[in-house]
Design a protein around this ligand. Structure first.
Ligand code: NDP
Ligand code: ZN
Length: 353
């Protein structure tokens, strides 16, 4: 089979591999809709997690089951399924401790396009199918459902990590697709003001539709100055970080009220240290908390988030700005994610032409 792969740091291309084998608990799936991701950009072009060679990329998509293992109970050949980006080993001790995304070691629930081949091939392997697949709800557009793999769960996890509560003022730093889902999630959780920090006009437009009350363009001035001014120097209760770099934590901590909480889901692709400002962190005594996390995957999470689309509480389709047809579309799709043209939010690839 063919697949679009990371050949080495900074290099991508099409390769040929054997079709994956199916273990007794597992499934082999063919892609129906796929989405390239900024995380693949960090992995390939920043070399953020180290060297990988001939590793098929991709971790977001909807597919059709072509084979299941002998012990799989709830899925069969022909089922249309949503595949979470994170597919934990559910019997691992880390999973039993409540951190399934780190099953088997830090970040090890993240298998596709990290520890094994991802979704950008003619077929891909899913471990523990009963625990990690979710049926595509009847009538749901596969392109929209592909946002359930990573964008919805990651943006919402940022909101969970920041522990947004009724009436909170929340800043979302970065309003690409992840941050936009954090804006939508903060609104669902009952935030009062939501400050959306970004600069692309398309993202700003969707941020307002998802519930942002204030827009902060970080290219027009400092984030700290703008948010402190907008809040009468009080700052915000919660910050979700979904963009920026190792210096963004300076801004996040500074704009936070004492006792507030940062939820970071940004994948920091480069830099050795994350900077926290000493004085603004109350010399270590501010009760300003910093939480960070890889998105939780698994079937239950996918089913619950899918229900938010089915019931009309969220509409991730507003983020789909570019569409490609055929598996070969993953290449230009990923290049778009790398180059981030101003009219881009999220590309999607429809594999069945
Ligand atoms: P995008 O690149 O599409 O969006 C990034 C956003 O950050 C944009 O709004 C951009 O603004 C803004 N931004 C860039 N630089 C700065 C800066 N210096 N200060 C403030 N804002 C800035 O990314 P995605 O939404 O696709 O992904 C966001 C992050 O989440 C990525 O790092 C991705 O790898 C990570 N991720 C993490 C996961 C997890 O499980 N924790 C899972 C999936 C993704 P502009 O409008 O100017 O472009
Ligand atoms: Zn992703």
């Amino acid at each position: 089979m063919k697949g679009f792969a990371m050949l080495g740091i900074g290099r991508t291309g099409w390769i040929t591999k054997d079709k994956p084998a199916c273990g007794p608990l597992d499934a082999v799936v063919r892609p129906v809709a796929l989405a390239p991701c900024t995380s693949d950009v960090h992995t390939v072009w920043e070399g953020a997690i180290g060297e990988r060679s001939n590793l098929i990329l991709g971790h977001e998509g909807v597919g059709e089951v072509v084979e299941v293992g002998s012990l799989v109970k709830d899925f069969k050949k022909g089922d249309k399924v949503v595949i979470p980006a994170i597919t934990p080993d559910w019997s691992a001790l880390e999973s039993q401790a409540g951190y399934s995304m780190h099953s088997g070691g830090m970040l090890n629930g993240w298998k596709f396009s990290n520890a094994k081949d991802g979704l950008f091939g003619e077929f891909f392997h899913v471990n523990e199918a009963d625990g990690n697949l979710a049926l595509l709800p009847k009538g749901m557009d596969p392109a929209t459902a592909a946002m359930l793999s990573d964008m919805v769960p990651t943006g919402f996890h940022g909101v969970e990590l920041a522990d947004v509560r009724f009436g909170d003022d929340v800043a979302v730093i970065g309003i690409g697709p992840v941050g936009l889902m954090a804006v939508a999630g903060a609104a669902l959780r009952g935030a009062a003001r939501i400050f959306a920090v970004g600069s692309r006009a398309v993202c700003i437009d969707v941020a307002k539709k998802y519930g942002a009350t204030d827009i902060v363009n970080y290219r027009d001035g400092g984030i700290i100055e703008q948010i402190m001014e907008l809040t009468g120097k009080k700052g915000v209760d919660r910050v979700v970080v979904a963009g920026g770099d190792v210096k963004t934590m300076i801004e996040a901590v500074t704009i936070l009220k004492p006792g507030g909480r940062v939820g970071n889901v940004n994948y920091l692709g480069s830099g050795d240290y994350v900077l926290v400002p000493r004085l603004e962190w109350g010399c270590g005594m501010s009760h300003k908390q910093i939480h960070c996390g890889l998105m939780p995957g698994g079937r239950l999470r996918m089913e619950k988030l899918a229900a938010l689309i089915t019931t009309g509480r969220i509409d991730p389709s507003l983020m789909l700005t570019h569409r490609f047809n055929g598996l070969e579309g993953v290449e230009p799709g990923l290049m778009l994610m790398k180059d981030k043209p101003r009219d881009l939010i999220k590309p999607v690839v429809l594999v069945d032409k």
